[in-house]
Design a protein around this ligand. Structure first.
Ligand code: CO
Length: 135
C-alpha cells in the first residue's frame, strides 16, 4: 500500500463549541468543515493547517463509539488518520498480513473519504484510520 501522509488527528471532546474556539480562535487554524457523520455517530469540526488536519469529534448519539470512548478514557486523542492512495489495496494487504480492521469494507467518513479503522492492538495502542480521498 502507499501511505501519502498524516491526513488528520481525531480528538474526542466533551464540548465541540468550546474546544473549537481554542483551535480556531486562539491557534487560528482555518475551520474548513463541519459535518454530522451518521455512519460513525459523530459530529465533527475540521481544522486544516494546510499540512494535516485536526478533527474534533463529539457524539451524535448516546451509544456511539465516541461516547463509549469518552466515558472510558475522557477527552483526548481518539485516532490518527493516514491518507492512502488506494483503500482497497490497503485492506487487502492488511488482511494478507492478518491485521484486523474494524470493518471488512470501507465506509464513507467525513468529507467523503473512504475509510477503514485498524484495531489498536496491532498499532501500538492507537486506533488508526486509513482514508482515501474522494476524486
Ligand atoms: Co478521522
Amino acid at each position: 500500500m502507499k501511505i501519502i501522509g498524516i491526513e488528520h488527528v481525531g480528538i474526542a471532546v466533551d464540548d465541540l463549541e468550546e474546544t473549537s474556539s481554542f483551535w480556531g480562535d486562539i491557534l487560528r487554524i482555518a475551520h474548513t468543515h463541519t459535518e454530522k457523520v451518521e455512519s460513525e455517530g459523530v459530529n465533527t469540526k475540521i481544522f486544516d493547517t494546510g499540512k494535516g488536519k485536526i478533527e474534533l469529534l463529539d457524539s451524535l448519539e448516546e451509544y456511539s463509539p465516541i461516547r463509549k470512548f469518552l466515558h472510558k478514557r475522557g477527552p483526548g486523542i481518539h485516532h490518527v488518520c493516514l491518507e492512502v492512495e488506494d483503500i482497497n489495496i490497503a485492506i487487502k494487504e492488511l488482511k494478507e498480513s492478518k491485521i484486523q480492521t474494524i470493518n471488512e469494507n470501507p465506509t464513507i467518513g467525513a468529507e467523503g473519504y473512504k475509510i477503514v479503522f485498524i484495531h489498536p492492538k496491532f498499532t501500538g495502542g492507537v486506533l488508526v484510520e486509513l482514508a482515501e480521498k474522494p476524486i
